[in-house]
Design a protein around this ligand. Structure first.
Ligand code: NAD
Length: 245
C-alpha cells in the first residue's frame, strides 16, 4: 500500500510508534524512526528490513526538528510524504496539585511537538511538490472526554484535535491531508504503570471488553497514510474498543 513512500514516525522507539514503524515498513514505506531515546529508536530499526533509518530528535525543540528534517533528506534523498506524530508523554497529577512545570512539559511535547513536526514536514512536502502528503496525529480519547488526574494531558490531546482540523483546512489546497487517531486504552509502556484496580474498572467500560494493542492503532494509521483514505481529511478515528464512543 505504501511502496515508494517515505514515512517519518515520531515516538518510533516504543509502543504505538514502534507498531506504526513495523506496519508501514511491511506495506513498503521507507521509515524514519524518530525518538528522543536513541537506543529505543535503534532497537525498532534493528527489527526492520534494510532501507530504513533511525534518528534521535526532541520534537519539542524547533532546532532539533529542523536538523531532523535535514538528516532525513540526506539519508533518503527525498522528504517524507507521510508523518505520524506519536511521540507523547504523561505527567499525571490532580488539577489541585498540578505544578506549572508538569503542565508545561506535557503541552510542550504533545502539542508543540506535533505542531513543530507537522509544520517542518509540510514545508518540506511543499518544497518537493509532494501531492499525496498525509499527516497523522496521535491524540487520545481523553482529549474528547477528559480524565481524572490528567488535566495537562487531556488539554494537550484536545489541542491536538484542534491543531489537526486547522492544519487540514490550511493544507488541503496543497495536497496534504491531516487527520487524528484517538486511541483508547492501549497496552504499551505508557499504560504499564496503571494500577490493576484501575485497569479492572476501565475494562468494564470498554464494550469490546479488552485493552487495545499498539497494532490496532497502527492499522488506522496505515489507512490514513495510504491513498485508500484520499478523500478523508480533518477528521478523527477512535481506536478504543467503543470506550466513550
Ligand atoms: P510510549 O511511552 O510507549 O511511547 C512514546 C515514545 O515517545 C517513547 O519512545 C518516548 O521516548 C518518545 N518521546 C517522548 N518524548 C519525546 C520527545 N520530546 N521527542 C521525541 N520522542 C519523544 O507511549 P505510547 O503508549 O506508545 O503512546 C504513543 C502516543 O499515543 C502518545 O502520543 C500517547 O499520548 C498516545 N496515546 C496512548 C494511549 C495508550 O493507551 N497507550 C492512549 C491514547 C493515546
Amino acid at each position: 500500500m505504501l511502496a515508494g513512500r517515505v514515512a517519518l514516525v515520531t515516538g518510533g522507539g516504543s509502543g504505538i510508534g514502534r507498531a506504526v514503524c513495523h506496519l508501514l515498513a511491511r506495506e513498503g514505506a521507507a521509515v524514519a524512526v524518530v525518538d528522543i531515546n536513541k537506543e529505543a529508536a535503534q532497537e525498532t530499526l534493528d527489527r526492520l528490513p534494510k532501507g530504513n533509518h533511525a534518528f534521535c530528535a526532541d520534537v519539542s525543540s524547533s532546532s532539533s526538528v529542523k536538523e531532523l528534517l535535514k538528516q532525513i533528506k540526506t539519508s533518503f534523498h527525498t522528504v517524507p510524504s507521510i508523518a505520524v506524530n506519536s511521540a507523547g508523554i504523561t505527567k499525571d497529577k490532580m488539577m489541585l496539585k498540578m505544578d506549572e512545570e508538569s503542565f508545561s512539559k506535557v503541552i510542550d511535547v504533545n502539542i508543540k511537538g506535533t505542531f513543530l513536526v507537522s509544520q517542518a514536514v509540510s514545508q518540506a512536502m511543499l518544497a518537493e511538490k509532494i501531492s499525496n502528503g498525509s499527516i497523522i496525529n496521535i491524540s487520545s480519547i481523553v482529549g474528547k472526554v477528559g480524565n481524572i488526574g490528567q488535566v495537562n494531558y487531556a488539554a494537550s490531546k484536545a489541542g491536538v484535535i484542534g491543531l489537526t482540523k486547522t492544519a487540514a483546512k490550511e493544507l488541503a489546497g496543497f495536497g496534504i491531508r491531516v487527520n487524528a487517531v484517538l486511541p483508547g486504552f492501549i497496552q504499551t509502556p505508557m499504560t504499564d504503570v496503571v494500577p490493576k484496580n484501575v485497569i479492572e474498572i476501565l475494562l468494564q467500560l470498554i464494550p469490546l471488553g479488552k485493552m487495545g494493542q499498539p497494532e490496532d492503532v497502527a492499522e488506522a494509521c496505515l489507512f490514513l497514510a495510504s491513498d485508500r483514505s484520499k478523500y478523508i481529511t480533518g477528521t478523527t478515528i477512535e481506536v478504543a474498543g467503543g470506550l466513550f464512543a
